[in-house]
Design a protein around this ligand. Structure first.
Ligand code: SAJ
Length: 429
């Protein structure tokens, strides 16, 4: 006999960002009646009027299908449901402490409508013990007890921006319950569309798993960046050296670059540092190495331009935090543009996935031609596909600049042939 955990299949998803919206739309197209909740009026209005406030491959169609079927409704208020998913952001304060205000507010909203038998799942990346020490007590203010009257679990999202809809379905999903029954109820929820393995554990282990995954990647990128610095000192091309080292059957070095951005990998390791500063020393050091990359790139450009950036016109190609996404959060490319302009350079930036981006301190333009024309130096900050497809001879016609700084190793010998002097990050002379 199979137990019907959710007879009415009513789900309320709090937070309609890069994770919450795809998740809500996915459930809505798999038989659930979903209310998506966002505290921002602009997000709710945009979605209600058929628009989309974020870009992600395939998301527009999925959200359209979900809303037009009537299975996805959007609101500013949490509503009673069988299950709740919290997918709000957990940024950090200037001193790197986790800012849990959005999680707290979402949890309070759920506490106001919680009913016996409900399931609440926290998906937001959070410091260890958040589910049991922060979320559970707030929900229990309803008078109901976690693991007894309602189910409570933590399930980390692990999808890669750019591949969210594929990975939501295919990735293995970890569900950590405050009790075994809470975890089992979580499995019954996500089984609606998850094809990857669903693995059950306790809530704090699940939180730790998420933080370990992103920290592991951050530390590995840090060592790639440090190898880049060493390669420059020893006259080595780090990109070639990494590719050769990776022929070893047990070595898989990641790629150096202008720094680590996005809302996850550059943020999450701090949650471990904050929770145990005496223990998380390697993690803190790796964060520092990655955070120093933008200043390092800015320093290289200054050297190439004779030690003074004042009045120099620099075309900055790419602003997003990684290739082929429109997300500019915590982007090292944006930081480099700011650092260059703070040093007196006139930065003209072009981000093909967000041509209407606006920043104080430097100018953004909506065509690559406008960015290139009149530049003294071109810096490639993001390995976008469109930049890989650039024809150097054509760039040489548009721009008088003959200096190119490539932070992501996308240039090839054709750039030199077209007359450019190319400086690749991590390549020593
Ligand atoms: N980066 C490098 N070198 C590399 C790989 C990445 O410099 O070799 C940089 C990127 O350019 C970017 C940053 O790191 O600035 C992060 O990019 P990413 O593609 O590594 O990761 P995210 O932040 O887009 O997504 C990560 C993923 N986590 C892991 O791969 C362990 C994703 O699975 C998570 O769901 C996501 O964080 C999240 O939301 O936590």
């Amino acid at each position: 006999m199979t137990i019907d955990f959710f007879p009415q299949k009513r789900l309320c998803v709090l937070g309609l960002g890069y994770i919450g919206l795809p998740t809500a739309a996915m459930f809505a197209t798999h038989g659930w009646h979903v209310t998506g909740v966002d505290s921002k009026a602009s997000v709710v209005e945009t979605l209600q009027s058929g628009g989309l406030h974020i870009q992600e491959h395939g998301l527009r169609e999925l959200v359209h299908t979900a809303i037009s079927s009537g299975n996805l409704q959007v609101s500013r208020e949490a509503v009673p449901a069988d299950a709740f998913i919290i997918a709000v952001p957990t940024p950090f304060y200037a001193d790197k402490r986790a800012d849990m205000r959005a999680v707290t507010a979402a949890t309070q909203a759920i506490a106001g409508v919680l009913q016996p038998g409900n399931l609440v799942v926290l998906e937001s990346t959070s410091p260890p013990r958040t589910t049991v020490d922060l979320v559970q007590p707030i929900l229990e203010q309803s008078g109901l007890r976690a693991g007894v009257d309602f189910h409570l679990a933590y399930s980390p999202e692990r999808v890669l921006p750019g591949r969210i809809l594929v990975e939501l379905v295919e990735n293995a999903r970890v569900i950590g319950g405050v009790t075994g029954q809470s975890a089992e109820t979580g499995r019954a929820l996500y089984a609606a569309f998850v094809k990857g393995e669903i693995v059950l554990t306790d809530a704090t282990t699940a939180e730790m798993v998420k933080l370990m995954e992103n920290t592991y990647r951050d530390v590995n990128i840090a060592i790639a960046n440090e190898f880049g610095r060493l390669a420059e000192r020893f006259g080595v091309d780090v990109w070639e050296a990494i590719s050769l080292a990776n022929r070893h059957p047990r070595v898989k070095i990641l790629q150096p670059g202008p720094g680590v951005g996005g809302h996850c990998i550059s943020v999450d390791p701090w949650f471990l540092v904050e929770a145990a500063p005496d223990l998380a020393q390697l993690i803190r050091q790796a964060r520092q190495v990655n955070d120093d990359q933008p200043a390092l790139v800015t320093g290289r450009i200054r050297e190439l331009l004779g030690g003074d950036l004042a009045g120099k016109r620099i075309a900055a190609l790419g602003l997003s935090y990684k290739p082929d996404v429109d997300d500019l959060r915590e982007s090292p490319a944006v930081e480099i543009a700011h650092l260059l302009s703070a040093a007196g350079a006139q930065v003209i930036a072009f981000e093909p996935n967000k041509p209407d981006a606006v920043f104080e301190g430097f100018r953004c333009v909506d065509t690559i031609e406008t960015a290139l024309a009149g530049a003294d130096l071109i810096v490639i900050l993001v390995g976008h596909r469109v930049f890989r497809d650039l024809v150097p001879a054509r760039v040489a016609q548009i721009s008088a600049a003959r200096q190119v700084v490539d932070t992501v190793n996308l240039t090839n010998a054709d750039w030199q042939k077209a007359g450019f002097q190319v400086t690749r990050l991590g390549v020593g002379k």
